[in-house]
Ligand binder design. Structure first.
Ligand SMILES: [Zn+2]
Length: 359
């Protein structure tokens, strides 16, 4: 069923959405353990499988998980890891507790949906909006990366001290991912104007609120390499709100437009360029300009947050970056954006990018 069919169905018959039950933010490892135990008790989770990444999140998981608890690490976000985690849950677990950043959470959400158990998320970084979303980004056996439905987390339990102490680039990337909400929403309206989709007003409202949470913030500590508890809380709230917007919409549409297509194109053609959120921030500059807005606005927020590489396209030549942007729509066929409406030429994109260099 297409996104528009889903939405028309929801609008005419009423809709049912899931929302997480808990969003708990505490300070310190002891408080995190206590809060997680309380959530497990409330949810009657007795035999969870702890899933983490292999490095920093593994250390956090080892501190957090009781001695006798089942635990495993995931090396990547591959389909085979999803199947392995689902099998482990089937053996003897009544929930998945995902500790980490993007990949462990993606794998946990995809596996938990397969075997229908709840997911609790303990984020160790604030780099993207998958923390409380129903979307899982998974790499197929053939190498293709797909964005698919996963289990919506039932709880997010966060240690703000831990998040504030994570490498600063994670938080910068998280700001970049939230900056993309504005252009994603405009692309949604553009798709609606072209008769391609309907805008879900409440999903759009939430995604817009998520953007506003950081728009009004003093992001300058990030540029200095400093992260505060207050910034961590706002960023957490913004990323969680984005996730809920996607749940309401039933897709990533409210938070993913042409700026994300540009990031996906970088992943495909220039892999390893930068973190997802940093690439999205760059995409936001291009998308804003194509949509007829003023790139100076996102640019100021990016400069304040220290997203320096994204300001000029990560050192990739304008000619090459123009090719990358042209490739964007083919990374997600069917997602109509300003790139489809404007169909910019390579030369006009090149001129646009050169303008960013001299801004
Ligand atoms: Zn994103």
């Amino acid at each position: 069923m297409s996104e528009i069919d889903q939405l028309v169905g929801a609008l005419t018959t009423g809709r049912q959405i899931d929302l997480p039950i808990y969003l708990r933010a505490v300070e310190g490892g002891d408080s995190l353990r206590q809060e997680l135990a309380a959530v497990q008790s409330d949810m009657e989770i007795s035999t969870p499988l702890f899933v983490s990444g292999t490095s920093q999140s593994c250390a956090v998981c080892n501190d957090l998980a009781p001695e006798r608890a089942s635990r495993t690490t995931v090396a990547d976000n591959s389909r085979s890891e999803v199947r392995r985690i689902a099998d482990l849950v089937n053996e003897n677990a009544d929930a998945v507790i995902a500790v980490g950043g993007g990949r462990p959470i993606d794998v946990a959400k995809a596996a938990a949906l397969l075997v229908d158990v709840p997911v609790v998320v303990i984020p160790t970084q604030l780099s993207a909006d998958g923390i409380a979303s129903p979307i899982a980004v998974i790499r197929e056996d053939g190498g293709d990366v797909v964005s698919e439905r996963g289990q919506l987390p039932v709880a997010v339990v966060a240690d703000l001290e831990l998040l504030a102490g994570a490498p600063i680039n994670f938080a910068r990337a998280g700001v970049g991912d939230l900056l993309g909400n504005r252009t994603a929403l405009e692309d949604w309206r553009i798709a609606a104007a072209a008769g391609q989709e309907l805008v879900d007003d409440f999903a759009a409202l939430l995604a817009s609120c998520a953007h506003l949470l950081i728009e009004g913030l003093d992001l300058s500590p990030l540029a200095r390499g400093e992260m505060t508890i207050d910034l961590a809380r706002r960023l957490l709230d913004g990323l969680v709100l984005s996730g809920l917007a996607m749940e309401i919409a039933g897709s990533s549409r409210p938070c993913s437009g042409s700026e994300h297509l540009i990031s996906h194109a970088l992943d495909a053609l220039e892999p390893g360029t930068a973190a997802h959120g940093e690439q999205v921030a760059f995409g936001t500059l291009i998308a804003t300009a194509l949509q007829g807005g003023d790139p100076a606005e996102p640019r100021a927020l990016m400069a304040a947050a220290g997203l320096n590489g994204a300001l000029t396209g990560f050192g990739i030549s304008p000619a090459r970056m123009a090719e990358v942007i042209k490739f964007g729509p083919s990374t997600r066929p069917g997602r109509y954006t300003v790139l489809d409406r404007e169909r910019p030429s390579l030369q006009s994109l090149r001129t646009l990018i050169e303008g960013l260099h001299s801004a």
